[in-house]
Design a protein around this ligand. Sequence first.
Ligand code: MLT
Length: 395
Amino acid sequence: MELSHRLKSIPPYVFAEIDKKRQAAIARGVDVINLGIGDPDQPTPRHIVEAMHDAVENPVNHHYPPFGGSKEYKQAIVKWCNKRFGIELNADTEVTSLIGSKEGLHHTIMAFIDKGDINIIPDPAYPVYRTSTILAGGEPYFMPLTPENKFIPDLDAIPEAVLKKAKLLMLNYPGNPTAGIADLAFFEKAVAFCKKHNILLVHDLAYSEMTYDGYKAPSILEVKGAKEIAVELHSLSKTYNMTGWRIGFAVGNAEAVAAIAKIKSNVDTDIFKPIQLAAIAAFEGPTDHIDFCNNLYIERRDLAVERLKALGWPVQPIKATFYMWLPTPKGMSSADFSALMLDKAGIVVPPGTAYGPNGEGFFRMSLCLDKARMAEAFDRMAQHSITYDMLQAKV
Ligand code: MLT
């Protein structure tokens, strides 16, 4: 059996690998604390689950769903986007359904990247940006995101030769894994830049509602004229605690939306109707669970900041997402630190390099466990002398 070059050219999916290591540790009897994947620990709100129950009982919903999302789903998206961001969208031409934003990102890349094309992506970034570009035969060009540039890339530093071959430029604010945030002024710059260079701007807004301390995340489509060049991918996973349901949507530039819908209709047959109906209940129902969960994440963030500071870490409170992007102990690689956390303390944290070359020297910690379990993780770190200056302390 010979695998395709395409498949051989990408690494295994980071969380599939981490899960294997986690399962192996559990099998050895380790009580593993998982600060790895970003999967909300709270349940999907009741009204959404009930809408699914009702819909699944109706045989009319058991058939193939319409390609690109049902009319009702697309209209509910238009209303939600209007209420949340003040943007106008045409449900027929500027909206399409996605089986979560991971699938949407992959298919957006497949729809636009050919062999030899460049996709300009942040580094570090959600691994799919890079791997799907390689699967499409293209080449990622990395825009470094660092604490020094506040995780905002310098678009003017992208070489002319790269811009000539680039078909896409991807952004993600609030950002995974860095928790970086952007304001509308940066989005205006990015839209003008992509228009000038005729590059489709793809904005991943999976964490739009997960924001704290008064910060509200803008949509890139709030920029005047953005629809001429931008498409935005949304997910219900994090906002509504629906990671397992696999539902999202793309909005914006009609040509890009049609391209995504075309490729998808050739490879999948959309989202089970009851899930779309549950998503409508999510858009139209009460939103108190969002504040409830955000308050939980704030409490966990504050605990993590306090306990990490006590272990010597330089750390600032995040204003969005449920990820903390932290430097590894001075002198230790990302891979070594991740392995040490699991081997010594039974704690899962992804190495920064899983998110791109610029992730070396960092690791990600998610806030998806209750405070007691998180406190236990910090207790274990202290107990095993896992501190920011642990290598210096040894000398
Ligand atoms: C993450 O933890 O970064 C992702 O949300 C998990 C995933 O989508 O695979």
